[in-house]
Write a protein that binds this ligand. Structure first.
Ligand SMILES: Nc1ncnc2c1ncn2[C@@H]1O[C@H](COP(=O)(O)OP(=O)(O)OP(=O)(O)O)[C@@H](O)[C@H]1O
Ligand SMILES: [Mg+2]
Length: 245
């Protein structure tokens, strides 16, 4: 289980999150929705400490940290090992081949030997349909292919939680569909996914939980059925803006 409790964050005068709490359950897909600027990416980045809240706490399986003071490198590492992030912009290393992009992280974090990591890379690249492009450089791949390699890279470290920040929003619909298909497969295998998206249909069809951020806090936390049936004015307004795409 992953739990953020009472986290707050301001950037200058902009109080982005105030006392936000949420729980991500294991083995299911949690989708985080909310208007642009509501703090979805910030909240997701808290989960693997790419960003630090000013207050509150994070517990993630058997590791827990309290924010406000200084965290040790060991604490940060122990939290980070539980999750892997997939970004909107893929963030592959352009000067490394596909297989190096995927096999280096588990070697660098000491999880696998070079030979094991290579084998694992082949396996996860096969899973995302990129197993025949090992020696290609990212620039020679389409956006959708690069994103599937990025998903393989996240899978290679065998994280407890896969964190996605708008993984398909930079892609043409056809390429986005390939990426979404991989995510649906992972969800149906019982992987724990946390997905920030503006893709309402993904939330409707794949999510087991929907978390809705608005006005600095968690405005809804429940099932998609409850979310889409909600008579909350704020949710209705959100759905009428983002739900027709
Ligand atoms: N590093 C930063 N420095 C200053 N302001 C920031 C920083 N990161 C985020 N913000 C601000 O915090 C607010 C929330 O940003 P965040 O990226 O979390 O929103 P979001 O819900 O992911 O939006 P979008 O749907 O557009 O991606 C925004 O007003 C943003 O401008
Ligand atoms: Mg964002």
């Amino acid at each position: 289980m992953l739990e953020l409790k009472n986290v707050s964050k301001a950037f200058g005068d902009n109080q982005v999150l105030q006392d936000a709490s949420l729980t991500v359950r294991d083995g299911e897909t949690t989708v985080i929705l909310g208007p642009s600027g509501s703090g979805k990416s910030t909240l997701l980045r808290f989960m693997n400490l790419l960003e630090f809240p000013e207050t509150g706490s994070l517990s993630i399986n058997d590791d827990a940290v309290t924010f406000g003071g200084r965290l040790t490198d060991a604490q940060i590492r122990s939290v980070r090992k539980h999750s892997a992030m997939v970004f909107q912009g893929y963030n592959l290393f352009p000067n490394q081949t596909v297989v190096d992009n995927v096999s280096l992280p588990p070697v660098l974090n000491g999880k696998l030997s070079k030979a094991q990591a290579r084998e694992r890379a082949q396996e996860v690249l096969d899973r995302v349909g990129m197993g025949d492009r090992l020696d290609e450089y990212p620039d020679n791949l389409s956006g959708g292919q690069q994103q599937r390699v990025a998903i393989a890279r996240a899978l290679a470290v065998d994280p407890d939680y896969l964190l996605f920040d708008e993984p398909t929003s930079a892609l043409d619909p056809e390429l986005a569909a390939d990426v979404t298909r991989v995510m649906v497969d992972l969800a149906s295998e019982g992987r724990s996914l946390v997905v920030v998206t503006h893709n309402i249909e993904f939330a409707r069809q794949v999510a087991k939980r929907v978390i809705f951020l608005a006005d600095g806090s968690v405005g809804f936390d429940g099932t998609p059925e409850e979310f889409f049936a909600s008579d909350s004015e704020r949710i209705q307004r959100y759905l009428s803006t983002y739900g027709t795409a």
